[in-house]
Design a protein around this ligand. Structure first.
Ligand SMILES: O=C(O)CCC(=O)C(=O)O
Length: 237
């Protein structure tokens, strides 16, 4: 199966210039773009099955919350999620949404593609990413909790905006925080380097699975060693 077959191109025609312009203007205004039903619903069960299997080799990261993470080098060659990430058609589409002439897959051997699998009681604390952009693909929500909360573009290359960032971390600026929907098959594009985000505690015995596809505006970008150890428990072999 080609990765394109996973995508509902009737609803989201990846080559359509008018769609690119529409989504790009949403990104400019809101710094986040949410595409519900991006993955065809008939493939969700298969992707959840893949996620359940991948989760068995995940690393349990307990530094900034608790989350089970599968690193890029753990996705087998026949993984559908790997195929989707490595498909230029998706990367080019994401570039159009972002208004970037050229995007690069994150050069991080562990962080380029992740599966994040969260179980009852897990959460992920407020953080920024070390790559420019992350595309998340929601595969299975938890029964309750597991909300993706985002304070979009709260800092920039020129301004750390420390006071506001601290206020959001302390729960004092709910007006800056938006919860994004997690329906299965939703694709979300956001600017993780400049947007402070978290996942609220999972409630119930259904695992929340989300695939995270990382892109950068420059080639060769990687996360630092500390992040690799805290998130994957190791550096690449
Ligand atoms: O699970 C999500 O929705 C986002 C996860 C995330 O921000 C991360 O793993 O860095």
């Amino acid at each position: 199966m080609t990765p394109e077959a996973l995508i509902d191109t009737d609803r989201w025609p990846l080559d359509n210039t008018a769609l690119h312009e529409q989504l790009h203007s949403i990104f400019c205004a809101e710094n986040v773009v949410v595409l519900p039903g991006f993955i065809r619903h008939e493939y969700i069960d298969e992707l959840v099955r893949e996620s359940e299997e991948l989760m068995t080799v995940s690393y349990r990261s307990e530094v900034n919350g608790k989350v089970n993470v599968v690193a890029y080098d753990q996705f087998p060659a026949d993984s559908l999620l790997r195929a989707l990430y490595e498909w230029d058609g998706l990367m080019n589409f994401v570039g159009k949404v972002l208004g970037e002439a050229k995007l690069f897959r994150y050069a991080d051997e562990l962080g380029a593609l992740n599966l994040s699998s969260m179980i009852d009681g897990d959460d992920l604390g407020w953080h920024f990413d070390q790559t420019d952009f992350v595309v998340s693909v929601a595969l299975q929500p938890s029964i309750s909790g597991g909300e993706f909360k985002n304070a979009a573009r709260i800092r920039s290359a020129d301004n750390d905006n420390e006071d506001i960032v601290r206020a959001v971390r302390n729960g004092e600026r709910p007006d800056l925080v938006r919860v994004e929907p997690m329906t299965p098959g939703t694709l979300m594009v956001f600017n993780g380097r400049w947007s402070l985000h978290q996942v609220s505690p999972i409630v119930g015995d259904v695992t929340r699975h989300v695939a995270l596809l990382a892109y950068d505006t420059k080639p060769g970008t990687e996360s630092n060693q500390e992040l690799k150890f805290t998130r994957y428990g190791r550096t690449p072999a």
